[in-house]
Ligand binder design. Structure first.
Ligand SMILES: O=C(O)CCC(=O)C(=O)O
Ligand SMILES: [Fe+2]
Length: 282
């Protein structure tokens, strides 16, 4: 098997062909795919048709599977496999309320957040429902030197939901909330695979900046978030049925879009890969 790599940007996003993800992969191919994920941060595999066990096998190329945290959105027969489905979504004034709207990083409030998240598309609306990614490594590289100096030793407390977050969809009861971890995370991390520094942001879950007055901390987070979500750092994935897309949670932020006809079905399987504790960049 020879992988064919089509970079989407220079070092950000790559479409990989020459692989059938229902087939077992060799150690060498596994290693190559992990290196490609660390380098390109988002990998796209087209025209795959994976059953839940095959999708689990494909995801395991990148590491051990992690439990889904929102247990009500999993497949009954395969509880490791989450589903992003239109069926279970509420509507407000006729508009879908999708999970994952607004740029975020999955489960940043875990001490060891997922290394990667992957989706496999089974049904896609005729238009809309794209997933967007921004490259937070390049966003860090492009910060003015003085701002790099300011942020590189800072930490932020990540919680399930910041007291300033407007998110409603994944709001938890006080009882469930008490079981959810919080974690103090560096604002600039070093990627364990590529060695590249990256901003580590998740605005809706960041409870300010450690050691900074609250307003100043939130203002800094807002400023970094605004810079990192600039269109020049973006790859917008237009889904096709059969796509498997995997992204590196230490290199990108991502967001879902609620811009499609609520009568049209969107259904994707979802898996997460276990990660390690984050390392500060300095
Ligand atoms: O459904 C999507 O486009 C992405 C949703 C999301 O944020 C996730 O699955 O982590
Ligand atoms: Fe997400």
């Amino acid at each position: 098997m020879t992988l064919i790599i089509h970079p989407i940007r220079k070092e950000f996003g790559a479409e990989i062909s020459g692989i059938d993800l229902t087939e077992p992969t060799t150690r060498a191919v596994k290693q190559q795919l992990n290196t490609l994920l660390a380098q390109y941060a988002v990998l796209v595999f087209r025209k795959q048709a994976l059953t839940p066990p095959q999708f689990m096998g494909a995801a395991e190329i990148f590491g051990d599977l992690m439990d889904q945290q929102l247990k009500k959105y999993v497949l009954a027969d395969y509880p490791m496999v989450g589903c992003n489905s239109t069926d279970d979504l509420p509507r407000k004034n006729g508009k879908l309320q999708v999970r994952g709207e607004n740029y975020h990083t999955d489960h940043s409030n875990d001490r060891c957040p997922p290394k990667a998240t992957t989706l496999h598309a089974l049904q896609i609306p005729h238009s809309g429902g794209d997933t967007q990614f921004v490259d937070v490594r390049q966003a860090y590289d492009d910060l003015p030197d003085s701002l790099k100096e300011t942020v590189k030793n800072l930490k932020s407390l990540h919680v399930h939901q910041s007291s300033r977050s407007p998110r409603e969809l994944t709001k938890l009861s006080a009882e469930d909330l008490a079981k959810i971890p919080t974690a103090l995370q560096p604002l600039v991390i070093r990627h364990p695979g590529s060695g590249r520094p990256a901003l580590y942001l998740n605005t809706g879950r960041m409870e300010g900046i450690e050691g900074m007055p609250a307003d100043e901390g939130y203002a800094l987070i807002e400023d970094l978030y605004r810079r990192a979500t600039d269109a020049r750092y973006e790859y917008r994935h237009r889904w096709q049925v059969g796509d498997m897309v995997i992204w590196d949670n230490q290199a990108v932020m991502h967001q879902a879009n609620a811009d499609y006809d609520p009568e049209q079905k969107r259904f994707l399987y979802r898996l997460m890969i276990k990660g390690v504790a984050l390392t500060a960049a300095q």
